[in-house]
Design a protein around this ligand. Structure first.
Ligand SMILES: Nc1nc2c(ncn2[C@@H]2O[C@H](COP(=O)(O)OP(=O)(O)OP(=O)(O)O)[C@@H](O)[C@H]2O)c(=O)[nH]1
Length: 611
C-alpha cells in the first residue's frame, strides 16, 4: 500500500480525459492512435478498434458501452504520466451515460472534422463537458482530406462554441499526425485530480456490466479517499452493502490491483448480482466510514419509448422471458413486463431509453437468442388526467382510457436543434411544422450554416423524423434533442379494425388534427402490406365509434397450388416452402394473417408504400 506522500505524488501525475466528437469525426480512430502511441497494444491487437467491444457496436459503428483504459505516457518534461482515457457512447439515447463518464474526467479532447466543421452533437457534447467543468482541448481532425479547411473550422470553433482555438491541434488520426501534440496538451492543460486520499471514500460509477463469472463489474472513478480489496462498501442511493472482491484497471487487458485511490479510474467487483444495484451516477462509499454526501448529479434513468415484443411462435414466450432476463442483467435501463394482446397473445411491454436502444435490444434478441419477434410500433408515455381527478400514465395506446373519461392528455416534448446549410432551412422547417413543431429560434452559425430550434412532441421524433430530415437535406442536417417536459395536446386514439375486429396491437395515438389524414394513409398502407387472404378483408380506421377511413384487401383469386395442378412434385414443394418462408414473420390475428411490417406501418406514414 502506498503512503500519503506517494499517493499525492501519483495524483499529481494523473490525467483523466475523454474524447468527444460528433459521430464519424474520428473519435475511435484517434483513441486507437493514442493507445498505439502509449504502447498499450501491439499492432496485431490494434486490428480492431478496441474500445468498441461489442459486435453490434462495431457493425453499427457506434459506441454503446463505456470503457476506460489506463495508459502510461512519458511526456517531454521527462515525467511519467498516468492517463485514464474514458470512452463515451455517441448517441443521444445515452446522453446521461455520457454526462456521467465526463463527470469522471478533468478534461476532454474535442475532435472536430476538418471538412465537416462543428455539428449538432459537437455542440451537445461540448455543453455536457462544460457542465462538468472540463478543460477542453480542441483537435481539428482529418486534415489529410482534400476537402479539409482547418482555418475555417478553427474560426467556427471560436465563433460557434466560444472556445479559444488558437492552439487547436491540427491532426489526422488516420495518418497519425498530431497525436503527440494532443498528448502533450493533455499533460499541460488537463488539471490533475483534486481530492483527499485520506477522506472517506467517494467513487463515481460511470458504467457497469454483468459478467457471468464475476458478477457485476462497476467502472468507477475515485473522487475522494481510496478503496481496497476486502473493504466493505455501500451504495449511497440504496444503502446496500457489499464486500470488494477485486479491483483493477484495463490496460486494456485487465490488470488486478489491491487499491484504487484518488484520481484512479478502474473497475470493482463485489459479488453484486444485478446491475440495478450499481446504477450509473451512483456513489460508492465505505460502509464503515461513510461519506456524508453523495456526489452530485445522480439520476435514475427512465425509459422514454415503449413497445410490445411478442414471439412469432407463441411457444417461445418462456424463451423470450429468459432472454430478457439475461439482457436485463447487463442493462439497467431496460424495463419489461408481461403483457397480453388480444391480437398477439402473450408478450412483453418493454421500455427503452430511445429508438436506437430499442433496435439494439430487438436485434440482440433475434441474433443472440434466436427468437423471432413481432414488435409493435413504439410509443411514448402519455399522461392522462381523468374526469374523476386521478391520473394515469399510458405506455400502450391500447390502454388509453375511454375518451369520455379523459379530462386532458399530456405528451412529452423535446427541444430539437437541427443544424443545416442555409439552402435547406426551408425544407427543415416544413418537416418540423408537419411534425407539430413550435418554432423557437434560428441561429446563424456562419455564412453557410444555421441552427434551427424547434419544440416538437417526442412521439413525432419517434416516427421517422430523422429519416425524413436526412433525405430532404441530402444528409447534411445534423440533429440533437433533449427532453423538456410534458405539454397538453389534443390527442385521440386511433383503432384499426380488420375484418370488423379491432386489432389492439395496431392502435396508436394521434393528434386530432392529423387523425383523418393518418387514418387514410394507414388504411392504404395496411392494404398494401397485408397479403390477400382467401376472402375479402375490410380495413378500417376508427376514432371512438366513428369510422374515418376504410379500404378492402381483395380476396385471393387462386390458390397458389392450383397453378401447378398436375405439375411435378418438386415444384410444388418449392412453392410451399416459399410460402412458408413468407409466413415466418406473420401472426394469425383472428381470421387474418398480419406480417411484421404492418405493425410498424404507423412509423412510416409519409412514405409511399413499397410492395
Ligand atoms: N481521411 C481521414 N479519415 C479519418 C480520419 N480519422 C478518422 N477517419 C475516418 O472517419 C470515419 C469515422 O471514424 P471513427 O473513428 O469511426 O469515428 P467516430 O467518431 O469514432 O465514430 P463513431 O464511433 O461512429 O462515433 C472512419 O472511416 C475513419 O477511417 C482522418 O484523420 N483522416
Amino acid at each position: 500500500m502506498m503512503n500519503r506522500e506517494e499517493k499525492l505524488d501519483r495524483q499529481r501525475r494523473i490525467r483523466n480525459f475523454s474524447i468527444i466528437a460528433h459521430i464519424d469525426h474520428g473519435k475511435s480512430t484517434l483513441a486507437d492512435r493514442i493507445l498505439e502511441k502509449t504502447h498499450a497494444l501491439s499492432e496485431r491487437e490494434m486490428k480492431d478498434q478496441l474500445l468498441d467491444s461489442m459486435e453490434l457496436e462495431r457493425e453499427r459503428g457506434i459506441t454503446i458501452k463505456l470503457n476506460a483504459v489506463r495508459l502510461n505516457y512519458k511526456a517531454n518534461d521527462g515525467e511519467e504520466y498516468i492517463f485514464h482515457l474514458i470512452d463515451t457512447p455517441g448517441h443521444v439515447d445515452f446522453t446521461y451515460e455520457v454526462s456521467r463518464s465526463l463527470a469522471a474526467c478533468e478534461g476532454a479532447v474535442l475532435v472536430v472534422d476538418a471538412a465537416q466543421g462543428v455539428e449538432a452533437q459537437t455542440l451537445a457534447n461540448v455543453y455536457l463537458a462544460l457542465d462538468n467543468n472540463l478543460e477542453i482541448i480542441p483537435v481539428i481532425n482529418k486534415i489529410d482530406l482534400p476537402s479539409a479547411d482547418p482555418e475555417r473550422v478553427q474560426q467556427e470553433i471560436e465563433d460557434v462554441i466560444g472556445l479559444d482555438a488558437s492552439e487547436a491541434v491540427l491532426a489526422s488520426a488516420k495518418a497519425g499526425i498530431g497525436i503527440e501534440d494532443i498528448l502533450e496538451q493533455v499533460v499541460e492543460k488537463v488539471p490533475a485530480p483534486e481530492g483527499d486520499p485520506d477522506a472517506p471514500l467517494k467513487a463515481l460509477i460511470f458504467d457497469s456490466l454483468y459478467d457471468s463469472y464475476r458478477g457485476v463489474i462497476a467502472y468507477i472513478r475515485v473522487m475522494e479517499g481510496s478503496v481496497k480489496v476486502g473493504d466493505k462498501i455501500k451504495l449511497m442511493s440504496t444503502g446496500k452493502e457489499f464486500e470488494v472482491t477485486a479491483l483493477g484497471v484495463s490496460t486494456p487487458k485487465p490488470l488486478y490491483i489491491d487499491e484504487l485511490t484518488v484520481g484512479d479510474v478502474g473497475f470493482l467487483t463485489a459479488s453484486i448480482k444485478n446491475v440495478k444495484d450499481t446504477r450509473v451516477g451512483d456513489t460508492i462509499t465505505s460502509a464503515e466510514n461513510p461519506a456524508k454526501e453523495a456526489l452530485p448529479g445522480y439520476r435514475r434513468m427512465n425509459p422514454m419509448v415503449y413497445c410490445g415484443l411478442y414471439p412469432v411462435d407463441s411457444a417461445k414466450f418462456n424463451d423470450l422471458r429468459d432472454a430478457l432476463e439475461k439482457l436485463e442483467l447487463n442493462d439497467s435501463s431496460l424495463q419489461y413486463e408481461p403483457e397480453t394482446s388480444q391480437a398477439l397473445g402473450f408478450g412483453f411491454r418493454c421500455g427503452f431509453l430511445g429508438l436506437l436502444h430499442m433496435e439494439i435490444i430487438q436485434e440482440r434478441l433475434e441474433r443472440e437468442f434466436n427468437i423471432e419477434l413481432i414488435t409493435t410500433a413504439p410509443s411514448v408515455i402519455y399522461k392522462t388526467k381523468l374526469t374523476d381527478g386521478s391520473e394515469v400514465t399510458v405506455d400502450n395506446p391500447a390502454n388509453l382510457p375511454e375518451p369520455q373519461k379523459i379530462e386532458y392528455i399530456e405528451e412529452p416534448y423535446v427541444r430539437a436543434s437541427i443544424m443545416v446549410p442555409n439552402d435547406y432551412v426551408g425544407a427543415v422547417m416544413e418537416i418540423a411544422q408537419a411534425k407539430r413543431g413550435n418554432f423557437i429560434d434560428m441561429q446563424y452559425l456562419d455564412d453557410i450554416r444555421v441552427n434551427v430550434i424547434y419544440e416538437i412532441p417526442l412521439s413525432e421524433i419517434v416516427y421517422d423524423f430523422f429519416d425524413q430530415l436526412k433525405s430532404s437535406t441530402k444528409g447534411y442536417a445534423s440533429f440533437d434533442y433533449e427532453l423538456i417536459g410534458y405539454k397538453q395536446s389534443n390527442l385521440v386514439k386511433m383503432d384499426i379494425l380488420l375484418n370488423g375486429e379491432k386489432v389492439d396491437a395496431l392502435s396508436f395515438i394521434v393528434h386530432r388534427d392529423f387523425a383523418y389524414e393518418r387514418g387514410k394513409t394507414i388504411v392504404e398502407r395496411l392494404k398494401e402490406l397485408i397479403p390477400r387472404q382467401q376472402f375479402e378483408v375490410p380495413v378500417q380506421a376508427a376514432v371512438g365509434q366513428k369510422i374515418i377511413a376504410r379500404s378492402n384487401i381483395k380476396a385471393l383469386r387462386k390458390n397458389v397450388l392450383s397453378k401447378c395442378y398436375g405439375g411435378d412434385i418438386s415444384r410444388k414443394r418449392k412453392l410451399l416452402e416459399k410460402q412458408k418462408e413468407g409466413k415466418k414473420r406473420m401472426k394469425q390475428v383472428g381470421s387474418v394473417e398480419i406480417p411484421q411490417e404492418a405493425f410498424m406501418a404507423v412509423l412510416k406514414m409519409d412514405e409511399t408504400p413499397k410492395k
